[in-house]
Design a protein around this ligand. Structure first.
Ligand SMILES: NC(=O)c1ccc[n+]([C@@H]2O[C@H](COP(=O)([O-])OP(=O)(O)OC[C@H]3O[C@@H](n4cnc5c(N)ncnc54)[C@H](OP(=O)(O)O)[C@@H]3O)[C@@H](O)[C@H]2O)c1
Length: 329
């Protein structure tokens, strides 16, 4: 039994509130592995859990944090031993299972990846679910045959967590990246990450009744959905693909069959949460080797548990940029 500190969100008639609370590891849910958390990170879903957005966390009081990296403290699974450095992202962590915004988590062993050689605990959480999702998007685009020679790749929500790592990863691998953003004042940040050019989000946000438009993008990664996604599908080059992962603008989009049957374009769905642990291990291995990101610190800032309220508010207002690392332990 250990006492530990966690951020706990409560729901009452007055609304949502959060505070740092002393808890006991005996109160953590069942699971084979107890982990002392070193770092977590802030993702859009954490902001939704913190503020009680329906469909994310069912029961409060609750400790959010869909990402955690740390050290095994106890394990009843022979594949993990005390002292092992591990990463745990997604599944139910931080949703309805006490998450990475606490100094300890207890989880099923099938949720855990061993930290690959070549990656530090800190860098794994600068990457976090957002960066892992960026890598999943790229992997799926490449499975459909995408390569740097194809032409420009559009990234929407480019200053956000997923978007900024997409820009960095694509550019590092030789792709020409067009960063679509609502924060044109962040041009220097995006160019430093490797964007070749910047597109004002407003330009892609207008509804357009035409079923197809002049091809502009070899491929795209869309973090926002809504009208922007509808327009991207119409503007994909023949055989182009868009990987879709987010809904910050809207979960809906509209399309006719015409871009699909006239240009053979592909819409690729991305789920970072429930994919099997073997697939997660494969992506982490790539992020520690051929897809290792060289300047991660340039897109992250670091906070402690006490800074989470302010950071998640900014994220929900669409004002975040880059990644926020949470130093927990
Ligand atoms: N499918 C998955 O497994 C998976 C995994 C991770 C995240 N996601 C989802 O991906 C999305 C992005 O996550 P994130 O962590 O990158 O969030 P984030 O850090 O908050 O970034 C979202 C970015 O979207 C842009 N944006 C904000 N409001 C917008 C609006 N109304 N219309 C258009 N663009 C807007 C902003 O970038 P600009 O100002 O640069 O435009 C913002 O920085 C979220 O919906 C999240 O739930 C899905």
């Amino acid at each position: 039994m250990s006492k530990y500190t966690a951020l706990v969100v409560e729901k009452s008639e007055e609304g949502m509130s959060h505070s740092l609370v002393q808890l006991d590891t005996n109160d953590l849910p069942e699971g084979e592995v107890l982990i002392k958390v070193s770092f977590s990170s802030v993702n859009y879903k954490d902001a939704m859990s913190m503020t009680g957005v329906p469909g994310v966390t069912r029961q409060y009081p609750h400790t959010p944090g869909i990402d955690a990296a740390g050290v095994v403290a106890e394990s009843t699974d022979g594949n993990f031993s005390p002292g092992d450095e591990i990463i745990c992202i997604g599944y139910d962590l931080g949703m309805n299972t006490s998450g990475g915004f606490g100094e300890y988590i207890r989880v099923p062993s099938k949720w855990i990846s061993k930290l690959p050689e070549g990656l530090s605990l800190k860098d794994s959480m600068i990457i976090g679910t957002a960066g892992f999702t960026a890598a999943l998007c790229l992997e799926k685009l490449e499975l459909m045959g995408a390569s740097p020679e194809d032409g420009p790749v559009l990234v929407t929500g480019a200053t956000g967590g997923v978007g900024s790592i997409c820009v960095m990863l694509l550019s590092q691998l030789g792709y020409e990246v067009v960063a679509c953003t609502g924060k044109t004042e962040k041009k220097a940040f995006l160019m430093d990450l490797g964007a070749g050019s910047i597109l004002d989000r407003a330009e892609l946000s207008e509804p357009n009744k035409r079923p197809v438009l002049a091809p502009r993008w070899a491929h795209a990664i869309d973090c926002v959905g809504g009208e922007i996604l509808s327009n991207i599908i119409k503007e994909l080059s023949p055989q182009g693909s868009v990987a879709i992962c987010g809904l910050v603008a809207s979960p809906g989009f509209s399309a006719t069959v015409l871009p699909f049957i006239l240009r053979g374009v592909n819409v690729l769905g991305i789920d970072s949460v429930e994919i099997p642990i073997d697939a997660k291990n494969r992506i982490w291995d790539r992020l520690a080797s051929d897809w290792k990101l060289s300047h991660l610190s340039s897109l992250s800032n670091e906070i402690t548990l006490s800074g989470l309220g302010e950071t998640t508010e900014k994220l929900l207002a669409g004002l975040g940029s880059g990644r926020t690392l949470v130093k927990v332990g």
